[in-house]
Design a protein around this ligand. Structure first.
Ligand code: FES
Length: 106
């Protein structure tokens, strides 16, 4: 288990005990944070699992993939710290990761 902090759109901070080997999206959903819609179920076709990673956590993540970057570019809320949480696998190396659920795209 790896501890990750997730801030929801209302500003509430949730500390999650995440299962290693599952995606960050799967872990967030498993904890009942349904505002992360993840409509495509992790098939990287919806962009509704968009999170913003705290700058001090960003270097611990693998680089953004080509397809992930393409999908993120479609969001008006993209920032340099944007990631699709379905493409981030939780491992012990991410202990203490902090993310914020991105604003909902119109
Ligand atoms: S869940 Fe659809 S792109 Fe991540």
């Amino acid at each position: 288990m790896t501890q990750v902090t997730v801030t929801t759109r209302d500003g509430a901070v949730h500390t999650l005990e995440c299962r290693d080997g599952l995606s960050l999206m799967e872990n967030i959903r498993a904890h009942g944070l349904d505002e992360l819609a993840a409509l495509c179920g992790g098939n990287m076709s919806c962009g509704t699992c968009h999170v913003l990673v705290a700058p001090d956590s960003l270097a611990r993540l693998p680089p953004v993939g080509v397809d992930e970057g393409y999908l993120l570019e479609l969001s008006p809320h993209r920032e340099s710290c944007s990631r699709l949480s379905c493409q981030v696998t939780v491992t012990q190396a991410l202990a203490g990761l902090a993310v914020r659920i991105a604003p909902e795209d119109a």
